[in-house]
Write a protein that binds this ligand. Structure first.
Ligand code: SF4
Length: 523
């Protein structure tokens, strides 16, 4: 055997040794009852055709690789952004294991989150007893200051009433009467993880402010509120704070998981770290206004800030790229009376300089991209600013209004002329799109690597490389620390994109005495 105790090899390259190759061939022949390679290849080729694409787009009863997650996952991320708050999911244990591993794999951090482990009996008789025991145990074992409750499908299908269950748990003495337990119903069969974030935020705001508005006065604390929405780039929390600091603007970040998702390895485990305090969320109505960084999914949060807090929420887009960062900073300046700092003006100039330096390489390059509504819109806008051509835009959790707005943005630029926008579609649809109308690159989460592999299997000239920007990213490290918002984010995205183009060009032109006439040292 090629595996030796003093030279342990991982699966790659171990399985490329002759004895393993032979063993795998024998396994296939003896046990798998596999179709012939010819039939597999014939079927594979058919799945790359226009004919298959048309059938694929008629698909109704099946989702393959959905390009979204479910509501409670978003609710958990929102809750993690509050100080000493334990996300608590009323429902099945397996769902919560999935949320934890999803975030674990993306952030490479332990993620605190509990469930009350509903099983068959709770599904039949209701989960009230689970809630009573769960809240009591959670408080006793993990000692949070707040427990933020959301729900899984199971609890929603049987119609469990969180408000009643939490109140009954308090009445029965499982947790003190005044113990904070904000909650949100997060049914997974509607919306997506971004809806869950929005619902949980509204639940937090409702719990801490709705019945305490009598002494609140808009603008009395001189701050602005920032609501980030479902945000997985830690650099984005940092860049927003930095920009506001440079403008001398006092702010409150409402849901701030930057610390807890990035704790240092210094010998001390931190189940809780940083986050928005209870005092800060209680004080939020006293702010000048509230900036919703991802307005397309912060629907309930916006409504709550407008109707309960009486805030004139600015109608802005996500601050990605040049124009929309300009708009964000100008609005901050307008509402706070603080000037945009010289440092930010200089930073903007540097971004414009970078865009000019790189535009020859990005001009006309075609990109397919997918992700959440605000991010996809911001990324598409920035691609247009760079002179790149978004070719396929796919947003599973975008609605018809979002598509209309996206189409209008594309129509404003000649680079958007050949783009198609797809909502409610999945990554198996995206696979058909890149086979039938090949872009130069895909921009998306780790799941795109399977599409890249398939395109390469068809032939090297069909390969569409994946640029990993989005959520989740499981198979590369530390990208979640990067920044996509503000001028800094635009610089990082631009650097990633242009160097992907140059890497690809080098790949294609390193053939000795064949293609290396363009294998240049200076680009
Ligand atoms: S979709 Fe429903 S069953 Fe699946 S993980 Fe989400 S809550 Fe659980």
């Amino acid at each position: 055997m090629s595996q030796q105790v003093d030279n342990i090899k991982p699966s790659y390259p171990l399985f490329r040794e002759d004895d393993y190759k032979e063993s795998l061939i024998n396994k296939k022949a003896s046990f798998e009852e596999a179709h012939s390679q010819e039939l597999i290849d014939e079927t594979f080729m058919w799945t790359t055709t226009e004919e298959y694409k048309d059938l694929n787009f008629q698909r109704e009863a099946l989702t393959v690789n959905p390009a979204k997650a479910c509501q409670p996952l978003g609710a958990v991320l929102c809750a993690l952004g509050f100080e000493k708050t334990m996300p608590y999911v009323h429902g099945s244990q397996g769902c919560v294991a999935y949320f934890r591993t999803y975030f674990n794999r993306h952030f490479k951090e332990p993620i605190a989150c509990v469930s009350d482990s509903m099983t068959e009996d709770a599904a039949v008789f209701g989960g009230q007893q689970n809630m009573k025991d769960g809240l009591e145990n959670c408080k006793a074992i993990y000692k949070p200051d707040v427990i933020a409750v959301s729900t899984t499908c199971m609890a929603e299908v049987i119609g469990d009433d969180l408000n009643a269950f939490i109140n009954n748990s308090k009445k029965a003495g499982h947790i003190p009467d005044d113990y904070p337990v904000p909650y949100a119903h997060t049914p997974s069969f509607v919306g997506s993880h971004v809806t869950g974030w929005d619902n949980m935020f509204e639940g937090m705001a409702r719990y801490f402010t709705l019945n305490h508005m009598e002494d609140k006065v808009v603008a009395s604390n001189g701050k602005i509120n920032i609501v980030p929405g479902f945000e997985t780039y830690l650099g984005n929390f940092r860049v927003i704070k930095r920009m506001l600091k440079e403008m001398d603007v006092d702010y409150t970040m409402l849901s701030d998981p930057e610390e807890v998702l990035d704790t240092p390895a210094d010998g001390q485990f931190r189940m809780y770290s940083g986050g928005t305090t209870q005092d800060e969320i209680k004080d939020a109505p006293n702010a000048i206004t509230t900036f919703m960084l991802q307005p397309w999914h912060l629907v309930k949060s916006t409504k709550f800030a407008e109707t309960t807090w009486k805030h004139a929420v600015p109608k802005l887009k996500i601050p990605m790229g040049l124009d929309w960062t300009d708009e964000f900073l100008m609005k901050v300046s307008e509402v706070t009376g603080q000037e945009i700092s010289e440092s930010l003006t200089k930073e903007r100039g540097r971004l414009v300089d970078m865009m000019t330096d790189s535009h020859t390489w990005l001009h006309g390059k075609k990109f397919a991209l997918w992700g959440d509504p605000d991010y996809v819109m911001g990324m598409s806008k920035f691609l247009l600013e760079l002179g790149a051509e978004p070719t396929h835009i796919l947003c599973n959790n975008g609605n018809k209004r979002w598509k209309k707005a996206m189409d209008a943005i594309l129509a404003e630029s000649p680079y958007g002329a050949n783009c198609e926008v797809h909502i409610g579609k999945d990554l198996w649809h995206m696979r058909s799109l890149v086979f039938t109308n090949k872009p130069d690159f895909m921009i998306g989460n780790s799941y795109g690597k399977f599409i890249q592999r398939d395109t390469l299997y068809k032939g090297v000239e069909f390969e569409v490389p994946l640029i990993r920007i989005g959520f989740p990213i499981f198979d590369r490290h530390h990208l979640h620390r990067q920044t996509t918002l503000g001028y800094e984010g635009a610089m990082q995205i631009l650097t990633t994109l242009v160097n992907a183009v140059l890497e690809r060009l080098d790949d294609e032109t390193r053939g000795m005495q064949t293609t290396d006439y363009n294998y240049d040292l200076v680009r």
